[in-house]
Ligand binder design. Structure first.
Ligand code: XMP
Length: 516
């Protein structure tokens, strides 16, 4: 892999993504790793990321000069560039002159790194210190007003550096610079494609699982579906997928999984109708956390029953289920410490939060991938577009979108309203503009309306369209008024007991995306 050494800012993930966009596989490692440990991964190249520190700050992360002696091509970016300059004997000065945001640089020698990019280019910078003298053997490639040395290289030793952030889209030729480093500086080929990812993962899954039985909790979401399709491709009938229909799903979701997904992938699917179990358990409860906990607990019980049933059905030909497939993604892995240590199963996981004491080993074929890469792999595997392109939907489903007690009747109302909103958003071509649009029923609120000739006393439906990159923060989406108009008219006309539609215009923070 190409290792991206994380110096503690938010840039490392972005760099890793850009390298992968150049079709070269990359992994993020913490800067606390020793050079030995990095080299043990047999890196094809190393990129030192930017970071919040000054090389002069007490305790500033340090780069061991041994890293540059190993013969591995290295690109230093921003802080990584300065740390590299310092480690190799160049001068880094604290000028107090910050360069922040769009910054013009002038190319004085194109070298390998800047070949083919214009003499004057806009780059995105964010730094206080600057490199005043390049280390011996390095050629200065570019300068800016605040950075006498804004880029350098020693092409013989395959060492490169830029003061700016090529991974940021505001750097006009950023991706070109990264690609020059990868393809020409490091001599790598752009061959990390969804097809190759699949081939590698299929081998890895077969090696891990052998001839044991595997189970996968399917939620209908992107991650669990693509993970299941990969495992299916690897070990075929050793896999059983379990879909727990908790009755909190949206219209058509069970059918979508039963019909489209099975047809496309050929997985063996067990659908459990557990609607009564969940409704009974939820009866009388209105507190959001209590509702979430009940749904999580019942999900686990249903899943354990299913696992037992799979074993029974397999009879003597089967044996125990040893492995559980999880759709863990790379950002989860990075956040739990750069791929080190145990898998972290989040309580918010899309299969509903599986307990730590579940007696399975995990198969996690997506743990090296970002969400959009999972989608690309899914498409390559032939997972239907309706599933691959799906917006996020929470594990507890409509249960946390009915504000108040969950009942069968209220679920029916919300399901109908939700189907209309989704239908109209899709028709208006807005699915790619919104991250998701929860539709919420304020079941304990009533307001007065007039419909036909009479007074009504019905419930409001809330539309909560949001735009987001990662659901950590979000803004409310400015949907066109005419689309809102159609949704409102249709919901109040077609859904019984609803006489009002309101729009949630709150960002996150302060509100969360879901209402509960
Ligand atoms: P909040 O409401 O915390 O939601 O702003 C952030 C994102 O997470 C989704 N979400 C969940 N997903 N299980 C899930 O799989 C959950 O319990 C859960 N709760 C919220 C939510 O839809 C949004 O995308």
């Amino acid at each position: 892999p190409v290792l991206v050494v994380d110096f503690g800012a938010q840039y490392a993930q972005l760099i890793a993504r850009r390298v992968r966009e150049a079709k070269v596989y990359s992994e993020i490692v913490p800067h606390t790793w020793s050079v030995e440990k990095m080299l043990a991964k047999d890196p094809a190249a190393i990129i030192l990321s930017g970071g919040p520190s000054s090389v002069y700050a007490a305790g500033a992360p340090f780069v061991d000069p041994a890293l540059f002696e190993a013969g591995v091509p290295v690109l230093g970016i921003c802080y990584g560039f300065q740390a590299m300059a310092k480690a190799l004997g160049g001068d880094v000065a604290q000028t107090g002159q910050r360069e922040y945001g769009g910054t013009e640089v002038e190319v004085c020698a194109a070298g390998v790194l800047l070949a083919g990019t214009p003499e004057n280019q806009t780059t995105w910078m964010s730094h206080g210190d600057s490199v005043h003298r390049a280390p011996d053997g390095f050629e200065v490639l570019a300068t800016s007003a605040g950075s006498p040395v804004a880029a350098f290289e020693d092409s013989a030793r395959r060492l490169f550096g830029v003061q700016w952030h090529p991974e940021v889209k505001h750097s006009a030729h950023g991706q070109a610079v990264l690609e020059k480093f990868l393809y020409e500086g490091a001599g790598l080929a752009p061959d990390w494609t969804p097809g190759n990812v699949i081939a590698d993962q299929v081998d890895a899954i077969r090696a891990q699982v052998g001839d044991a039985r595997v189970i996968c909790g399917l939620s209908g979401g992107v991650d669990s579906s693509v993970a299941a399709a990969l495992v299916q491709k690897a070990v075929g009938d050793q896999l059983t997928c379990v879909f727990v229909d908790h009755g909190l799903l949206r219209q058509g979701e069970v059918e979508q999984v039963e019909r489209d997904f099975v047809a496309a992938t050929g997985v063996r699917l067990v659908v459990l109708d557990e609607k009564e179990r969940f409704l009974t358990a939820l009866a009388g409860h209105t507190d959001p956390e209590t509702k979430r906990k009940i749904i999580g607990r019942e999900f686990i019980r249903a899943f354990e029953d299913a696992a037992r049933r799979v074993v029974e059905d397999a009879g003597e030909s089967g044996g125990e289920v040893k492995y559980l497939v999880q759709g863990t993604l790379y950002p989860d892995v990075v956040e739990s410490g750069g791929g080190e240590g145990a898998a972290n199963i989040k309580s918010h996981h899309n299969v509903g939060g599986l307990p730590d004491d579940l007696q399975f080993d995990l198969v996690e074929p997506l743990r090296t991938l970002f969400k959009d890469e999972v989608r690309a792999v899914g498409r390559e595997l032939g997972v239907p577009e309706v599933i691959v392109a799906r917006q996020p939907f929470p594990g507890p489903g409509l249960g946390i979108r009915i504000i108040g007690e969950v009942t069968a009747e209220r679920l029916e109302i919300l399901r109908a309203a939700d189907a209309i909103a989704r239908d109209e958003l899709t028709r208006a071509g807005l699915d790619d503009d919104i991250w998701q649009c929860p539709v919420v029923l304020l079941a304990d609120v009533r307001s007065v309306g007039v419909q036909g000739d009479g007074r009504t006393y019905g419930h409001p439906i809330v539309l909560r369209p949001v735009s987001s990159e990662d659901a950590m923060t979000a803004d409310w989406t400015r949907l066109p008024y005419d689309v809102l108009q159609v949704i409102s008219t249709r919901i109040t006309n077609e859904v019984r007991d609803v006489n009002r539609v309101v729009l949630d215009v709150t960002s996150k923070p302060p509100a969360t995306i879901e209402w509960e």
